[in-house]
Write a protein that binds this ligand. Structure first.
Ligand SMILES: *[C@@H]1O[C@H](CO)[C@@H](O)[C@H](O)[C@H]1NC(C)=O
Ligand SMILES: *[C@@H]1O[C@H](CO)[C@@H](O)[C@H](O)[C@H]1NC(C)=O
Ligand SMILES: *[C@@H]1O[C@H](CO)[C@@H](O)[C@H](O)[C@H]1NC(C)=O
Length: 475
């Protein structure tokens, strides 16, 4: 994919410039839509202003093969045998993959820099110096035994989109920047989206990282050092970007769900990213012998947990929105013997939504109910801890419009949808207008070796990304 994938003619270029100059003067409908309206249902509004052809964004099979080869090549930098991919932060394979990406960035003609934790940036300067860049990118780290497309499509695809624009002779006004984020996956230090979280700024995160160690008790700073990133906590604080540092951020990603494939659609335009809150709860009772302690005299910590698990479901359903989801994925009883009344229980709850207040409202209800259960059952609520509570993000209206317009210009079918998994975009949204482009993936599989996206679907995503970046760069 380092080689050029799509050829565009000068004619297209002229058409593109023509289109941009015209569309800039055309004020599109600026109605603000509620999140519900965005919940995966296509709107019927069609404000395509121009009917010009982008036929020369055509795809040649030889270029497609070269794109597939680069994805395959990156997937061999893995600690598990193909087709599984395992690429853990600051491991030898992660380092090799970083070098690989920097190499492609240079081939594409971008100027490459790295920050303290190894977020890698490739920049194409714009014609107007000093304007904030339009950025795109994703990650290339991979959880153990996962696939070769998650994240990768958004990095290699972004570089290919730059290729497409470069070879077409396009000249950006705002700079274009491709970012490879460090450690989107939480595998090594338990912190997801590490690189983008740091850019979005969080002193709490810096403090967490000071104490963070992996399963081998290697500290974050030692691990970074072994990969060539010799940094101090101060360097982390300095990474924080001011809001407005980027004019826009767009991420291309496989859907990781089955909807686009099932509905036979090429492109998902993401309008919101749901965000999780995780909660840890512990109850303590007196335990006792399963035969000897009579029912009226029990303080069963296990039943308290069971009751709370059902209450999570009830409170989630009470929100009335299909976008609110809650899961009790861990429920542990102590001592865990058939003839012993549980004296301790431990449950972990994941609650997600695209509406932060609604999600936090559910958490509050769950907390009240936990207190109530502990009183009714005479057990102690020894812990109710919100482990994390990331705010969801909405895509930016103008970025959505650009993605939609590009999709339509390319005659690709699309729908609006919610990203139910979260991505680096969730954090970039805190400092920049954000949008995401989804492409179909086989049966929605992700985080396993069977993960697959066809090269045609990837190319469609690349084309939509290229046009979207071009449009945003001229705005
Ligand atoms: C999109 O469809 C229109 C109408 O059929 C056609 O004129 C145009 O060339 C197509 N554009 C692309 C990029 O395929
Ligand atoms: C992990 O390393 C830290 C710092 O070197 C040390 O204080 C701690 O005892 C170690 N923990 C284990 C379980 O080895
Ligand atoms: C608390 O428990 C009591 C007794 O079971 C019940 O009547 C009441 O509705 C509960 N309150 C809440 C807020 O769950």
């Amino acid at each position: 994919m380092a080689a050029k994938l799509l050829s565009t003619s000068l004619l297209t270029l002229l058409l593109i410039s023509l289109f941009y100059s015209i569309s800039a003067a055309t004020n599109e409908d600026t109605t603000t839509k509620t999140m519900e309206e965005f919940s995966g249902y296509p709107t019927d509004s069609h404000h395509s202003i121009l009917s010009f052809s982008l036929n020369s964004f055509s795809v040649e099979s030889e270029k497609l093969q070269s794109q597939a080869r680069v994805i395959d090549e990156l997937s061999t930098l893995s600690d598990s045998p193909a087709p599984a991919v395992t690429r853990i932060l600051y491991s030898e394979k992660d380092n090799l993959a970083r070098r690989f990406i920097k190499g492609i960035m240079e081939q594409v003609g971008l100027s490459v820099r790295e920050d303290a934790v190894g977020n890698i940036y490739g920049r194409w300067d714009g014609s107007e110096k000093g304007l904030p860049a339009v950025a795109t990118g994703s990650h290339i780290d991979a959880i153990p035994f996962s696939g070769k497309y998650d994240g990768v499509v958004g990095v290699l695809g972004a570089l290919e989109a730059i290729n497409v624009l470069r070879r077409s002779g396009f000249q950006p006004k705002r700079p274009l920047e491709v970012i490879m984020f460090t450690s989107e996956e939480p595998t090594r230090f338990g912190i997801s989206c590490l690189g983008s979280r740091l850019l979005a700024g969080s002193e709490a995160l810096v403090n967490t990282l000071k104490l963070a160690a992996d399963a081998q008790n290697i500290s974050f700073f030692d691990a970074a050092k072994s990969a060539g990133y010799n940094l101090s906590p101060d360097d982390l604080s300095k990474m924080v970007l001011a809001e407005g540092s980027y004019a826009a951020f767009v991420e291309l990603h496989i859907e990781q769900g089955p909807l686009l494939e099932e509905e036979g659609l090429s492109i998902g335009i993401v309008t919101a990213i749901a965000a999780p809150a995780s909660i840890k709860v512990e109850f303590e009772g007196n335990g006792g012998h399963a035969g000897a302690v009579l029912m009226p005299n029990r303080n069963d910590a296990g039943l308290a947990a069971a009751e709370l698990a059902l209450a999570v479901e009830r409170h989630v359903l009470e929100s009335g929105s299909i976008d609110t989801v809650g899961t009790v994925g861990i429920l542990e009883l102590h001592p865990g013997a058939i003839n012993s009344i549980p004296s301790k229980s431990h449950i972990e709850i994941d609650i997600r939504d695209i509406d932060e207040n609604r999600r936090n409202g559910v958490i509050e209800k769950v907390h009240k109910t936990a207190i109530n259960i502990s009183q009714n059952r005479q057990v102690k609520l020894s812990e109710f801890k919100i482990i994390n509570q990331d705010p969801p993000a909405l895509s930016d209206k103008s970025v959505i419009d650009s993605m939609k317009f590009s999709t339509e210009q390319l005659n690709l079918s699309h729908k609006f949808m919610i990203s139910r998994a979260y991505h680096d975009s969730l954090f970039m949204a805190r400092i920049s207008p954000m949008g995401m482009i989804f492409i179909p993936c086989y049966k929605g599989y992700s985080h396993k070796p069977e993960e697959y996206a066809s090269i045609e679907d990837i190319s469609n995503g690349v084309k939509v990304l290229a046009l979207t970046l071009a449009k945003l760069s001229l705005e």
